[in-house]
Design a binder for this molecule. Structure first.
Ligand code: ATP
Length: 300
């Protein structure tokens, strides 16, 4: 799938402000952002539920609506009420019949962990079980891409674990997965790539490790051993220097380059490199100060 400078406004609100994004075959990508960042709107554009005001969105080289109808994309959206009085199997079979090359129903049920509940009425399921039914429905057309909008909101720890196991099963067959989430650990644990969205823009795109680096929060600490701090602030990558007692802490956007430069000047006594947590990186990347975001983007 491919977004090129896609934008969407609702009146004065620019929900998606010109994004470029590709998801390739077999990739699992997390869209991470605060409330109102533009994740759901991005997903609506991707599924053809909304038209972009500018730019383009293509799915498998086609208009999103065509790819959805052909069963190449399955979606699990936030809302969606259960249809009363039919069983899990009946619902999944009904949806599967609307696609040209569906997954066998038993397989969709198995992948979603619903085999034991196949005969249960869907209006008699728990919240977590109903969520699995929505996942099975998303799988029914045997899609190459599944799109999950905050799929684990309201799931308990056990249900969440089981859900991700199901998603991995689907991804393990070479399919792509795009999911939105507020949970950093979830993005880090289950995605190959994390795309951070803020105020309708992509402010970072990479692995958890790359995001930590992009946020520039790595700390390289050394023993000063009587040496002056002069010049430390000018080393490659360094954005700030703090001195605590006999130790200097260098905040850097490129810890490798900083360590190499320190080694060149022999300042490596007691050297320690600490990556920022993903939480810290996320907060830096989505800080409301536009100058910070710009500097993070430049540093990427
Ligand atoms: P959340 O994490 O809260 O679900 P989100 O990242 O999915 O948020 P969106 O739902 O895409 O964010 O919303 C982006 C912005 O667009 C928000 O300011 C929201 O209020 C606005 N918005 C979204 N849908 C509409 C709509 N149908 N009409 C008007 N404004 C909308």
């Amino acid at each position: 799938m491919r977004f090129r400078q896609a934008a969407k406004s609702y009146g004065p609100v620019q929900a998606v402000a010109g994004i470029d994004l590709d998801v390739r075959r077999g990739e699992t990508v997390a869209l991470l952002g605060r409330n109102g960042a533009g994740k759901s709107t991005t997903i609506s554009l991707l599924l053809g539920l909304e038209e972009p005001d500018a730019g383009s969105v293509r799915l498998f080289g086609r208009e999103p609506g065509q790819a959805v109808r052909a069963g190449r994309v399955g979606a699990m959206l936030q809302e969606g009420r259960a249809v009363p009085r039919i069983t899990v199997r009946e619902l999944v079979a009904f949806v599967a019949r609307t696609y040209p090359a569906p997954l066998p129903v038993a397989e969709a049920l198995e992948l979603a962990g619903l085999t034991a509940l196949a005969g249960r009425r869907i209006d008699r399921l728990s919240g977590g079980q109903a969520q699995r039914v929505r996942f099975a429905v998303a799988l029914a057309g045997n899609p190459e891409l599944i799109v999950l909008d905050e799929p684990t909101a309201a799931l308990d720890v056990e249900a969440r674990r089981a859900f991700w196991e199901s998603v991995r099963g689907h991804a393990g067959r070479g399919n792509a997965v795009l999911f939105s989430t507020h949970y950093l650990e979830e993005a880090d644990a289950h995605a190959d790539r994390i795309v951070v969205v803020d105020r309708g823009r992509i402010v970072a795109d990479g692995t958890g490790e790359q995001l930590r680096r992009a946020a520039g929060g790595s700390l390289v600490s050394i023993d000063l051993a009587g040496r002056s701090t002069a010049g430390l602030g000018d080393l490659p990558g360094v954005v700030a220097v703090e001195v605590r007692g006999d130790r200097a802490r260098l905040r850097t956007q490129d810890p490798d380059a900083t360590v190499v430069a320190l080694a060149r000047c022999g300042a490596v006594r007691g050297i320690e490199v600490t990556a920022p947590s993903l939480d810290e990186a996320f907060l830096t990347l989505t800080r409301t100060d536009p100058d910070t975001v710009a500097s993070v983007e430049r540093a990427r």
